[in-house]
Design a protein around this ligand. Structure first.
Ligand SMILES: Cc1cc2nc3c(=O)[nH]c(=O)nc-3n(C[C@H](O)[C@H](O)[C@H](O)COP(=O)(O)O)c2cc1C
Length: 146
């Protein structure tokens, strides 16, 4: 069974709802899912999973500070130990969504392997967005090959 980590930061609940949808999709595809707020996530969570999903709100065209803090805390402790680990990301926004670039740039520094295009969701995910998020969760669950 693959172990999928979902790390997200959310101020008003939109990204939390998106994180819950990807987690549900990954679980439905047979993965064991750990869903963590970025402030609760630890470097070992990143090392112990087989694949990871990062979620954030857009904050001034950058990721939320809590997710950046997680990346900062995790960089040295995981260096060289997460190379080619599959990842994907999702961002909720108010009409922009440029924050995705900041996540993908840092994921590259960690040498993670992007396995799907990032999902951008305007506001609270509903309807098709929920279905797409679940599909993203399922995709990462199978990308581990476990
Ligand atoms: C401090 C702050 C800065 C924001 N900056 C942007 C931005 O640059 N571009 C954008 O599209 N949305 C921006 N937004 C809107 C949020 O990204 C959007 O409402 C998001 O869905 C909130 O997610 P959450 O409910 O998970 O906190 C900003 C919101 C906040 C609180």
């Amino acid at each position: 069974m693959s172990k999928v980590l979902v790390v997200y930061c959310s101020m008003s609940g939109n990204t939390k709802a998106a994180a819950e949808a990807v987690a549900e999709g990954a679980m439905a595809a047979g993965a064991q899912v750990t869903l963590k707020k970025c402030t609760d996530a630890e470097p070992k969570d990143l090392m112990e999973c087989d694949a990871v999903l990062f979620g954030s709100y857009d904050a001034f065209s950058y990721m939320g500070g809590g997710l950046k803090d997680f990346f900062d805390r995790a960089f040295y402790p995981t260096q060289g130990q997460v190379t080619d680990k599959p990842y994907a990301s999702f961002v909720t926004h108010g009409g922009g969504g440029k924050a995705i670039k900041s996540i993908e740039s840092i994921a590259q520094s960690f040498k993670l392997k992007k396995i799907a295009e990032a999902m951008l969701i305007k506001g609270k995910p509903e309807g098709q967005a929920i279905a797409d998020l679940k599909a993203l969760g399922a995709k990462i669950a199978v990308a581990t090959g476990k």
